[in-house]
Design a protein around this ligand. Structure first.
Ligand SMILES: C[S@@+](CC[C@H](N)C(=O)[O-])C[C@H]1O[C@@H](n2cnc3c(N)ncnc32)[C@H](O)[C@@H]1O
Length: 199
């Protein structure tokens, strides 16, 4: 029930931050080419930015989100939405290792059960020179904000379908041996992170 409501109100809830922060980052998706996989596509917000002839496999385990995402696909786009996690897609043989030119992941690492393992799996599906596009909210570098993030995470997990406010995704990403193309911390107290890297 809550996941249905989350999907129903997600775009409305995000509309201001989308306009002020995220849309500028998402626009850079247009530069990605080749075979692309998107993890946790949600309502399909990023679909707006994929070029017409690019093949995209979008994974989205929530059927409520997937239904909305499918409804946003334009007739000139080649996007397939599968209601699966990356692990499930791999075990069904839908996703193979070393096959993607780019992996897109925006605001998802906060929701997956084990984000470190998921990031490692995402690395493995990328080809050599493949690109990883990430936008995530992260544990703040301000001790006060980080403390508040710890306090509010249990509530956020319930109202936002498993979302954690306090994950240090950026720190883990920095341990992966990848070439950084662009990196930016944004929003108040650096609570958001955008990163584009190449294998
Ligand atoms: C906060 S939404 C973000 C949606 C979209 N990527 C965006 O940028 O607005 C997080 C999404 O991750 C999905 N998700 C949660 N666990 C996942 C998993 N293990 N694999 C793939 N997607 C997952 C959720 O169903 C949800 O749609």
């Amino acid at each position: 029930m809550l996941s249905k409501l989350f999907a129903r109100f997600y775009d409305y809830w995000m509309r201001r931050s989308e306009k002020k922060y995220f849309s500028q980052k998402r626009k850079k998706i247009t530069d990605l080419s080749g075979k692309i996989m998107e993890l946790g596509c949600g309502t399909g917000v990023n679909f707006l930015y994929y070029s017409p002839k690019t093949h995209i496999l979008a994974l989205e385990p929530s059927s409520h989100m997937a239904k909305r995402a499918r409804a946003t696909i334009r007739s000139d786009q080649d996007i397939v939405v599968e209601e699966l996690t990356l692990e499930q897609a791999q075990s069904h043989g839908i996703v193979e290792e070393w096959t993607y030119d780019a992996v897109v992941c925006t605001l998802v690492m906060c929701s997956v059960p084990e984000y470190e393992k998921t990031l490692e799996k995402m690395m493995k599906v990328l080809r050599k020179w493949g690109k990883l596009f990430i936008v995530e909210h992260i544990k703040s570098q301000s001790p006060i904000i980080a403390f508040l993030q710890n306090i509010f995470t249990p509530i956020q997990r319930v109202i936002a379908d498993g979302c954690h406010l306090n994950r240090a995704t950026d720190s883990f990403v920095h341990t992966l041996s990848l070439k950084c193309i662009e990196e930016e911390y944004f929003w108040t107290y650096k609570t958001y992170y955008y990163w584009l890297f190449q294998k």
